[in-house]
Structures are given as structure tokens and as C-alpha cells.
Design a protein around this ligand. Sequence first.
Ligand SMILES: Cc1cc2nc3c(=O)[nH]c(=O)nc-3n(C[C@H](O)[C@H](O)[C@H](O)COP(=O)(O)OP(=O)(O)OC[C@H]3O[C@@H](n4cnc5c(N)ncnc54)[C@H](O)[C@@H]3O)c2cc1C
Length: 574
Amino acid sequence: MGPPEAATNDPGSRHTIRTGYWRSCVPLRCLRFYCWVVFCMGHGQTVGNMESLRAVIVGAGPGGLVALKELLEAGIGPVSIVEKSESIGGLFSGSYDGLFLTSSAAFSMFSDFPIPEGEANRFWTKNQVVEYWTAYATHFNLWPHIRFAFEVDKVALDPAGEWSLIARDDAVLARHLVVASGNNVLPAYPDWTCDVRIPRLMHSSEYRSPEEFSGQNVLVVGGGESASDITLEIAKVAKKTYVSMRNGPGWVVPRKRGDDAADTSTHRAFWTLPYWVGAAVSKRLIMAEEERGKTSPVLAEVARLNRSVASPHGIRGVFGTKSLGLPSAIVEHGAELVGEIVGVEDGGRVLQSRDGGRLESIDAVLLATGYRTEIPFLKEHGWKCDPANWYKNMFVPELGEKLSFVGFARPTFGSQFPIMEMQARLLACVLGGLVALPSEEQMKKEISRNDVVLSDQFGATRFRVRGLVDYGPYMEDLAGIIGCRPRMWHLFFFSPRLWLHVMFGPMQGSQYRLFGPGKKSALATSIIRSLPVSRFNHIVKTGIWARIGVFLRLIRPSENCSSGSQDRSLQGMQ
Ligand SMILES: Cc1cc2nc3c(=O)[nH]c(=O)nc-3n(C[C@H](O)[C@H](O)[C@H](O)COP(=O)(O)OP(=O)(O)OC[C@H]3O[C@@H](n4cnc5c(N)ncnc54)[C@H](O)[C@@H]3O)c2cc1C
């Protein structure tokens, strides 16, 4: 969320932000209650039956839960979650029936709450992941700190630095506001859908099961993981399925390789390589995929899709699509890829795609086009929800630790859950006084530096998906600030078996519980050892090859170290 336009260059902008709210017109239905809140604040009283909290967290999805647990564990209290629904679990409580996570259990678990033996390679259903969080909330005694049926309508920060959060007929006061209300809330609709009149125009957030598309001509729009999974479900029952994408499906990887979860290969040996090796390593990965494709038409389709990725940094410059839904739908059920939709005729019965295609007799359109990142209760202040303009995707420079966000960083690979947890740990360090945030000016400089790097890495996607981060470097960055990065040389010499697991096992949260603040070494060691280690596969081999390339490159100091020349140097090694 960026500051209000008018306040951006104004040293007194904090004042502007706050007084702007008080001057703005408060809807009448809230006015009486609002005056009462202000009266109570002025007289040091509690509001309703709530005391003034140290911190309040909005949302009881995974982000809110892990934030609550970390703050409580750091002794920061009193702290509460306010949640508009009657249950925990966030968007997973209401998603489509066939939803399986795209991150394995090893990557979806939190760092200090182990999963049962043998579970690491599984992909949980939405119910299973909610069960895991329910057990987590019970284990860490979070329930007494969650207040359900409290939908935050408005927030205000008074001149003394206290937030008031206002619901329809209730309010909460707190010194710190933590927003964990999710970045998948408001469905995004492409402009052309305004002209569509066919009865079945549906966003993926409304999709529950494929039966209603049986025997129909269906267009699925979108290239992400939900689109891929839903396309396969629909293609199995539809007469004809088209899939429209603007930029292709990203880098397609299976959920599983044999019995192993494929994201075991999201290990630090590969994902801490600099992104500029992306083009060179991608070529080698595709060659290996083509080889495997000789025995499987679906894998051959995966290699074909990945070869069409337009990013100059290949696998390191695009989203990973951890689903074989799309290639399976193409190969096994005749689904057809078309370009972006640019024209609508006959109320949507006929659609034209940018590549010249004309889709006739369309019965239904399913939009897996993602979500707009908006936080309605902050919008009123004129702030844009723009994680790219928050320090570490978490803190608005003008407000520092007063306002923070958990769960608004979106990795291209890896998983969002370990990221939320790392953010929650950083927040606990900041509010607990263990880590001081840089000055407003330094935060802004760091944001600009980061912007240059990520714009080079991800190109246009960076402008579209504002919370975009590169999983490995982002985790290492936050861990560096907290002081909990695994000490690899120490492990190499004193605990080589553990080193092997940390280097070639899933790069998830427990790796950051071995050292530094928040460490739980014995628990973390046992969890890390119980997780799978990658086989000596094409990804490990490519990672080793690239690391040697990077090393050779770095010991030639006279050469220009721009990303372009580094890339060329590695490509020359093939
Ligand atoms: C279909 C789908 C599948 C996904 N699968 C994976 C996966 O496999 N692995 C992975 O790592 N990530 C996955 N993600 C991404 C991400 O992990 C999820 O979106 C996750 O739910 C985000 O958690 P959250 O806590 O930030 O937000 P949410 O889960 O959206 O929770 C936010 C909570 O805030 C509450 N809330 C919102 N506004 C208010 C308000 N005004 N007042 C009070 N409460 C409010 C909501 O009711 C909700 O309970 C997936 C996303 C989608 C859309």
C-alpha cells in the first residue's frame, strides 16, 4: 500500500494521512458509534469488552494465525485476531471441491509444528490443510485470541498513535495494526467480459465442480495453477475446452516425480543461484524434459510449453505452474490453447483471440484470472494496496512498525506459507525490539533498489503482480535481518548429514529454526531429517553445473559483471 498521492513528498505526510481521515465524511450509520470510540479513547477506557491491545491482526487465514502465534511466542501481548467469518482457514474454507494444494505438505507446514511421518510428499486437500491449521491453533493455544464475526469496515490512526478498527457494531483499539486479510479476495475480470451475456460466466472463486460444464463448449481463461487444475477437471466432461492465455502458462512442473513431491527440488543448491543463470539453466532443464518426454506424451507437452516461455531468464523469470492439468488436458482430452481474447460477438457465443482464432458456439466462460490486491478498509484513506512499495513487502515506510502486512508477498516458486511465517517472525522481532526498522528514507531507497532487480528479473509480470518475490533470495533476505540463516559452513564441518538435507532438501521454514533468534534446534533438526532429499536428478546436476559456472565467472574480476555478460558466459559453457 503506497501513501496518499498528496502526501508522498511531504515530510509532514504522516500528519496529512491521519488528519485526512478525520476530515473525511464518515457515513452516518457509523457516526454515533465512532464518536463513542473516540470518547472512550480520550478517557482511557476499553471499547465494548475489548481492552486496548498491543497489536491487532485482521484475518484468521494462515497468515493471521502464524502472525498471532509468533507475536504471542515473543511475549507481545495482548494481541488478537479479528476475523469476519466464523472459522479459520481463510480462502481455503470456501474454495472449489477438488482443490489440492500445489505445494507439498513439506512446504505447506509451519516450521515448528511437524506433520505426521510419511506425509511430506503428499498434497493436502483444502480440508486437510484447514485441519492442520486447526491443530496448530489448538497446540499453540490461539483460540482465546481470535474474535470471529468481526468484519473490519474502517480503520483510523489517531494522533497519539492508536488504531481503532471499526466493525458494523463493534470496535477494537490497538497500538499496532497487522493486516493479514489475504491477497486473493476480489476477483479480477478482464475488460472484454463486460460484453459477455451468456449465462455461464464465472470466476474460479465461484467454481465448485465440473458437472455443470458437461457436454458444453467451454473457454477457460488464465495460465496459473488454478486454471491448470480446473481445465483438466472441465476437459474431462466438456464437449470442447479452449484455454486462453496472454503470456503462456509459466514454467510447468509436475506436482510429483515418481513418489516424490517435485517441490523437493526447490532446494537451496538450485534456488540460491543468481537469477541471471536462468536462461542457461532453463535450456538444460528443457533438454532433460525432452528426453523424458520420449516415454510420455504429457511430459513432451510440458517440454514444449516450457520451451515457449518468453522470459529472458527462463525458469527464474516466470511463475511456476505446479500442475500437469493443462498438458494432460491438451494431450488426453483435446483441450486447445488460444491467445488472449480480444473480441466478443453475439454476447460471448463467439470470441476472437489475438492469434486470429475464432471460437464458435461458446456455452460457458470460466475466468481463472486471479485477484485484485485491494484492502477495502484502507482504500478510503486513498492508499493503494501496492506491496512493491512496502519495505520487504511488509512495512509502509511512512508508518514504520505501526502498520504491517503478512501474506502479501507472492513467490514464483516455493510456497507462500513459509514466507508468511518468516514475515511473522520478522514482525515479532520488530515489535519485540530485537530488530529496528531502517529510517523512512533508507526503506524507500531499498524499495527502489529492489524494484530495479525484480523488474529486470520478471519484466512485465512485476508490474502486474505487485507482491512478486523470488522465493529463495526473499527467504534468505528476511532470515538475514532476523539473524536465523542456516550457517552452511558450520553444518558442513560439524553436521554433514544435516548439511546435505539443508542443501538438497525442501527449502522450507524449519531450516530457519537451527540458528539465531527463534531457534528450536532439536525440533528443527528432527523435522529437516524427516523430509525428503532430492534425488540426483537433472535439476541437481544443472544446479551443480551452474554453480561451477558462477564460480568461474566470479574469479574473473576484470570482466564486466552485468547480468547480460554473465548470462552469455554461462551459455558459452554448453
Ligand atoms: C485457489 C488457491 C490455491 C492456493 N494454493 C496454494 C498452495 O498450494 N500453496 C501455497 O503456498 N499458496 C497457495 N495459495 C496462495 C496463498 O497461500 C493463499 O491465498 C492463502 O490463503 C493466503 O493466506 P492469507 O492468510 O494471507 O489470506 P486468506 O487465506 O485469504 O485469509 C484472509 C482472512 O482474512 C479475513 N478477512 C478479510 N477481510 C477482512 C475484514 N475486513 N475483516 C475481518 N476479516 C477479514 C478473511 O475472511 C480470511 O479469513 C493458493 C491461493 C489460491 C487462490
